[in-house]
Design a protein around this ligand. Structure first.
Ligand SMILES: C[S@@+](CC[C@H](N)C(=O)[O-])C[C@H]1O[C@@H](n2cnc3c(N)ncnc32)[C@H](O)[C@@H]1O
Length: 273
C-alpha cells in the first residue's frame, strides 16, 4: 500500500487524488445518500423561511431567494441532497415553489469540483472553489451578504477536516443571517467504544482496501479512519457551536450500520445577533 500521511491542511489536495472515483466509493456505502438527505431535511426544517406561504396567507419573510451554502460540497452528493430538500420543502406535494432558492456549493479541491460540475444542476445552483478557512473572502457570497446573510449552511464531512474547527464555525456564523441555521453532518465515535470498534473494523476490512482498488491510493482513506477516531464527540461538537454563539443546538443520529457513527449537529444563529 502507498505510504504517506495526510494532514488537515492537505485534505483538499488528497481529495484531488481520488476525485474521479469518489462517487464509486460512496456509492458502495449503504445509507450515504439517505443520511445526507436527512441532514439537508433537518437543515431546511429548521429554517422557518424555507416553507411555502400558506394559500391566501401573508408573508413577513424576506423577499428574494433562500440563500444556502453547501460548504465542502465535494463531488456534489451533499449539494444534491440540499437541492432535493429544497424541492421537498418549497414545493410540498409538487406545488409551484413559493420561495426560490440559490445554492452555492464550495470546495477546496478542484478535482472534486470538476466532478460536481460535470453533473446536471438546476440554474439556481452554483459552484466555487474556496477554503473553509477563507470563507470571509469568498466573493460568490456577495449576493447572500447583500440580502442579509445566508439562511442555511450544510457542512457535510467538512468540519472534521479543517485545521481550526472553532475558526471555521465562527466564520460560518458570521455569514449566516440572524436566525440562520448551520447543519454539521459528520462521523463521530469518541466516547462510544462499540462504534469506535465498528468504525475501525469497517475501515481496515472494507474502506481502505476499496480505496486501493478504486484509486490505487490509501492515503486519504487511512486519514479518514484516523480523523474520525480523533474527531470531537457529539457533545464536544455541540459545545463548539454553543461557544461560537449558536442556540437551539441539537443532534440527530443516523440509523443503519452508521448508528452511533454518523450524526448531524444543528444550531441557529440567534435572531438578535
Ligand atoms: C468527504 S468529502 C464530502 C463531500 C460532500 N460534502 C459529501 O457529503 O459527499 C469532504 C470534502 O471537503 C473538502 N474539504 C476538506 N477540507 C476543506 C477545507 N478546509 N476547505 C474547503 N473544502 C475542504 C474536500 O476537498 C472534500 O471534497
Amino acid at each position: 500500500m502507498d505510504a504517506g500521511q495526510v494532514t488537515r491542511t492537505e485534505v483538499p489536495e488528497a481529495f484531488d487524488e481520488v476525485a474521479e472515483r469518489y462517487d464509486l466509493m460512496v456509492g458502495m456505502s449503504p445509507g450515504y445518500h439517505a443520511q445526507l438527505r436527512a441532514s439537508a431535511d433537518a437543515l431546511l426544517s429548521a429554517i422557518p423561511d424555507a416553507a411555502p406561504v400558506p394559500a391566501g396567507g401573508e408573508s413577513t419573510r424576506p423577499a428574494g431567494p433562500l440563500h444556502l451554502l453547501d460548504l465542502g460540497c465535494g463531488s456534489g452528493a451533499s449539494t444534491r441532497a440540499l437541492v432535493e430538500a429544497v424541492r421537498r420543502h418549497a414545493t410540498p406535494g409538487g406545488r409551484t415553489a413559493a420561495r426560490p432558492a440559490a445554492v452555492l456549493a464550495v470546495d477546496g479541491s478542484p478535482g472534486m469540483l470538476d466532478a460536481a460540475r460535470s453533473k446536471a444542476w438546476p440554474s439556481w445552483v452554483g459552484f466555487a472553489q474556496g477554503r473553509a478557512e477563507a470563507l470571509a473572502h469568498q466573493p460568490e457570497l456577495a449576493a447572500a451578504r447583500e440580502a442579509g446573510g445566508l439562511d442555511g449552511v450544510l457542512a457535510a464531512y467538512l468540519v472534521r477536516n479543517v485545521p481550526d474547527r472553532d475558526a471555521v464555525i465562527a466564520a460560518i456564523r458570521d455569514e449566516l443571517r440572524p436566525g440562520g441555521v448551520l447543519a454539521v453532518h459528520d462521523y463521530s465515535v469518541r466516547g462510544q467504544p462499540a462504534a469506535s470498534a465498528l468504525w475501525t473494523a469497517m475501515c481496515w476490512s472494507i474502506v481502505i482496501p476499496l480505496g486501493w482498488m478504486t484509486s490505487r491510493t490509501t492515503r486519504l482513506y487511512r486519514y479518514l479512519w484516523r480523523s474520525v477516531i480523533d474527531m470531537d464527540s457529539t457533545a464536544e461538537l455541540e459545545a463548539r457551536l454553543r461557544r461560537a454563539g449558536f442556540v437551539d443546538v441539537t443532534t440527530h443520529h443516523a440509523g443503519g450500520w452508521q448508528r452511533g457513527i454518523v450524526h448531524t449537529v444543528v444550531g441557529r444563529r440567534p435572531a438578535d445577533a
